[in-house]
Design a protein around this ligand. Sequence first.
Ligand SMILES: Cc1cc2nc3c(=O)[nH]c(=O)nc-3n(C[C@H](O)[C@H](O)[C@H](O)COP(=O)(O)OP(=O)(O)OC[C@H]3O[C@@H](n4cnc5c(N)ncnc54)[C@H](O)[C@@H]3O)c2cc1C
Length: 279
Amino acid sequence: MAAAEPLTAVGPMTPRPFRVVERHRETRDTWTLELEPVAGEQLEALPGQFTMLYAFGVGEAPISISGRSGGRLVHTVRAVGAVSEAICAARPGTVLGVRGPFGNAWPLEEIAGDDLVIVAGGIGLAPLRGAVYGAIDRRDSLGEVAVLYGSRTPRDLLFVRELDRWRQAGLEVEVTVDAAGPDWRGKVGVVGKLVASARFDPDAATCLLCGPEVMMRYTALALLERGVAAARIFVSMERNMRCALGHCGHCQLGPTMICRDGPVYPYDVAERLIAVREL
Ligand SMILES: Cc1cc2nc3c(=O)[nH]c(=O)nc-3n(C[C@H](O)[C@H](O)[C@H](O)COP(=O)(O)OP(=O)(O)OC[C@H]3O[C@@H](n4cnc5c(N)ncnc54)[C@H](O)[C@@H]3O)c2cc1C
C-alpha cells in the first residue's frame, strides 16, 4: 500500500506565520505594524492589494498593504472591533497569520504622463500610502500629483511626519478635518471640497479614492463635475469579506466578488456597486 501523503501542503486558506518586528502608534486608535515571515520568503504585494491578517484565537480581517519598509510587509490598522483590536495590540515578537496578498492593485503602471489625484478619508490613507510612494518613485514620468486628505479631527491624522516629506518630493498635499479646536490653522470641511482647487488637468488625470463610501461618492461627484471621466476615477471597495478567494460569497455585490475582482474598481463600475448598502 502506498504511504499516505504527509500533511504539509499549504493552501490559500492556511495562514503563514509572520512576526511583528516593529509597531508604532499613528493615532489614539491606529497602529502601523511591520511584519517578517517566521520562515521562507517575504510576500510580494502591490499597493491596493490586501492580506487576510489573523490574530490567533481571535479571528481574521482583510487589511491593506500600507507601504513598504526594507521589504517588510507593512499594515496600518484602526482598532474598531475584536480582530482589529487584537492586531493593534500585537507587540514586537507576536506572531500573526497572513494569507494573501489578494485583490488587484491601484493602476499605477498605466498612468505614465498623467496627472494623478489621490483622495483619502480617514484610514483610507493607509491603502493609498503605497500609491503615494509609487507616485514619488515615478515623479518624473507624471504631471501634477495631488494628495487630498481628510480626517475627523487633527488628532486622527495619519502619517503626519510624512506629509511634509511628500510635499518636498514635489506633490501637492492638502489636508482638511471635519472639526478642530482653535489651535488648528488648517482647513476645515469635507475632503471632497478640496477637489475644486486642486492642481490637475481633468482631461489628463487619473484619480484614486479610498475612504468611507459616502466620502468616495461625493468626491467622485466633485471629480466628475470638474470633468474627469468616470473610467479614470478608481475607488477601493472595502466591504466585509471572509475567504478572500471568491468562494464564500460574503463580499458578492451583483456579478462581482470584491475580494477576487476588486477591491479597486473604476467608478463607472463602482457607482452601481456603491448604491448597494453596506453588507
Ligand atoms: C479590502 C479591505 C481592506 C481593508 N484595509 C484596512 C486597513 O488597511 N486598515 C484597517 O484598519 N481596516 C481595513 N479594512 C477594514 C477591516 O477589515 C475591518 O475594520 C475589520 O475587519 C473589522 O473587524 P473587527 O473584528 O475588528 O471588527 P467588527 O466587530 O467586525 O466590526 C466593528 C465595526 O466595524 C464595521 N466594519 C467591519 N468591517 C468593515 C469594513 N470592511 N468597512 C466598514 N466597516 C466595517 C462593523 O460593521 C462594525 O460596526 C479593510 C477592509 C477590506 C475589505
